[in-house]
Ligand binder design. Structure first.
Ligand SMILES: *Cc1c(COP(=O)(O)O)cnc(C)c1O
Ligand code: SF4
Length: 441
């Protein structure tokens, strides 16, 4: 019998040992359309390939695919495939952006006291250790810095080992930082020696109590934990050292669809679990991937089955080029209600809107006008006195509301809907302006 990957002619002679070797996966990563064509041409029409080529030209993220992730895609129905949609763009599925979508929607660059470090919350910091990943996600929040340049986005060069010393000095001199998220990019693309150097430097800082290593490799290249002994060994050694110092070192990962939890993921988790490693998952709520309750419930159940704790489900951030992935806040609120109760509370994620004021529970919205898709949240600890908006995708609004977005500036629309609701700008502020006259939606 042929193995999954041996369905692809180009990999027909690849043995199980090779395919499940992380170095082989890296060596055979697909980054160009011609390489993809060589792999999948027996399954797809030339029309589909040119649709993909058109998608790549308009995307803010470059493409990189492990053979493993290619083998999870059902190529005979690639248009509808929920794994394909996350990593390979198609021009026909893109939508015109909402006017408020920007490149760095969480304003990470302006919350960086030194390059490579985002310090938004009082006691935690986000360390951007690299700008590369094993596979690139089309909806990436950090498309301003992650991956190769694309026609839509020229990347900021904020990450990389040359910035580490300054970022470490910043953490050393800020005793309030107890918690460091080491992310990027993806730590699976760091060399074992660099993981070890960075992790050791962080563990040596007395006030750092918690470190989380963020990697999507567990879902897109799980063999990293099974066959890259140097790398996996470096991570496990840091976790053990953390334990001996009474510090909390764990792994955060990123699964979006139940189909991504494969026997190989289970094998990787059996290894991590036997070493006592805590693994938490962050999902992005994506239209056409996991935006229905039964998929999300099955994702939580399957994660729970391999002892990965579902931690967060994020609304897709308001990042340029991601309109087709976004869903309305109301949809996230409804889905949360249909997930909670299905399994253990600790295997039930919090549904989150991320903002420049930090992460907010979708149900904690202060104000929500569904007609214009305008909501706002407050963040008393991180940014007292400020409001942070989420704007529903244009597709979910009526024609009249879409015209208002086309014809008015962002602040005019926000002011308009608040005045329509309260007769003033907000319950706490005096009316300062006359309302914009909206056509009836
Ligand atoms: C998400 C995030 C963190 C970690 O937040 P938790 O809610 O503790 O998971 C830290 N710093 C930044 C900048 C973040 O975006
Ligand atoms: S793995 Fe994370 S950082 Fe890398 S492309 Fe995906 S979302 Fe972005």
């Amino acid at each position: 019998m042929l193995s999954e990957w041996q369905r692809f002619k180009i990999w027909r002679d690849v043995s199980c040992e090779e395919f499940e070797d992380s170095a082989w996966q890296d060596k055979n990563a697909v980054i160009r359309i011609a390489q993809l064509e060589a792999v999948v041409k027996d399954f797809v029409s030339p029309g589909l390939l040119s649709d993909i080529e058109g998608g790549i030209r308009r995307s803010g993220m470059s493409v990189r695919l492990s053979p493993y992730i290619i083998s999870l895609i059902n190529w005979s129905n690639a248009e509808a495939d929920r794994v394909r949609r996350q990593f390979i763009p198609m021009a026909s599925e893109l939508e015109d952006d909402h006017p408020c979508l920007v490149v760095d929607s969480l304003e990470e660059t302006s919350h960086s006291p030194v390059p490579s470090l985002v310090h938004r919350y009082p006691d935690k910091a986000l360390f951007l250790a690299t700008s590369v990943c094993p596979v690139y996600c089309q909806y990436c929040t950090r498309s301003y810095a992650v991956g190769m340049d694309t026609p839509l986005v020229q990347k900021e060069h904020v990450t990389g080992a040359k910035n580490w010393a300054a970022a470490l000095d910043y953490i050393r001199s800020h005793r309030e930082i107890e918690d460091v998220v080491v992310s990027g990019g993806d730590v699976s693309r760091l060399k074992a020696a660099n993981i070890n150097a960075l992790g050791t430097a962080l563990l040596d800082i007395p006030h750092v109590r918690r470190i989380r290593f963020a990697t999507k490799a567990l879902s897109v290249q799980p063999m990293k934990f099974l066959t890259d002994e140097d790398w996996a060994g470096a991570i496990l050694a840091l976790i053990r050292r953390g334990r001996s110092l009474f510090k909390d070192v764990c792994i955060h990962t990123h699964f979006n669809h139940p189909r991504e939890i494969t026997p190989l993921v289970e094998q990787a988790m059996r290894r991590l679990h036997s070493e006592g490693v805590v693994v938490r998952n962050q999902t992005v709520l994506l239209r056409g991937v996991n935006d229905d309750a039964s998929t999300l419930r099955s994702l939580c159940k399957r994660l729970g089955a391999v002892i990965i704790h579902p931690y967060y489900v994020y609304l897709c951030d308001m990042v340029k080029g991601t309109e087709h992935f976004r869903v309305a806040l109301s949809m996230a609120q409804e889905l949360e209600k249909e997930v909670r109760g299905a399994t253990a509370g600790f295997n039930t994620p919090l549904f989150i809107v991320d903002t420049p004021g930090g992460k907010r529970d979708v149900h904690s919205v202060e104000f929500y006008d569904r007609m214009y898709g305008v909501s706002y949240f407050i963040a008393p600890i991180v940014a007292p006195g400020k409001q942070f908006n989420y704007f529903d995708p244009l597709r979910t609004l009526g024609l009249g509301a879409r015209q208002v977005w086309q014809n008015h500036l962002r602040d005019e629309v926000i002011r308009g809907v608040q005045i329509a609701a309260y007769g003033q700008v907000s319950p706490r502020r005096r009316r300062t302006d006359t309302p914009v006259q909206f056509p009836v939606a």
